[in-house]
Design a protein. Structure first.
Length: 144
């Protein structure tokens, strides 16, 4: 029932030609071995916001992304249903250290694979696909 309600809302947004407004206001810095990388993130800290994520977003600026927050460390899992662009997902533990990085591809079928974290995580950050590799972001890097 809950899934049907979310699907209806998303379908309504698509048919009306609107996408929900994202506010990229949370500045973060990822400290790699070579650089301090700066991003602006949209924050999702409610179940509804997490369910929508970056669905239907057609373009994401190179220095933008989305932060998913959870109340405690756990194995997190994401999928790419209705997501139009490839994304990298950075899983972070409670100390905001990257514990896993995966590149996710858009799903264009009814069955979408999931991308679970290899270690418990409390946060996840989505950025443009393949960007982590290009910028040298690695497991163990710290996010402020």
């Amino acid at each position: 029932m809950h899934l049907k309600k979310i699907s209806f809302v998303l379908l309504s947004l698509v048919l009306s030609g609107n996408t929900y407004a994202l506010s990229f206001t949370q500045p973060i810095t990822i400290k790699t071995q070579k650089y301090n990388l700066h991003f602006k993130l949209a924050v999702t800290n409610t179940p509804k916001a997490r369910a929508l994520g970056l669905m239907f977003v057609k373009h994401l600026k190179v220095d933008h992304g989305m932060l998913f927050t959870y109340p405690r460390e756990q194995v997190l899992s994401f999928w790419m249903k209705n997501t139009l662009i490839p994304l990298d997902i950075l899983y972070l533990n409670s100390k905001k250290r990257i514990v896993d990085i995966q590149t996710m591809t858009p799903c264009r079928t009814d069955y979408c694979i999931s991308y679970p974290s290899k270690e418990p995580a409390q946060y996840a950050i989505e950025i443009n696909g393949e960007l982590a590799k290009k910028l040298g972001i690695k497991k163990g890097d710290l996010v402020n």
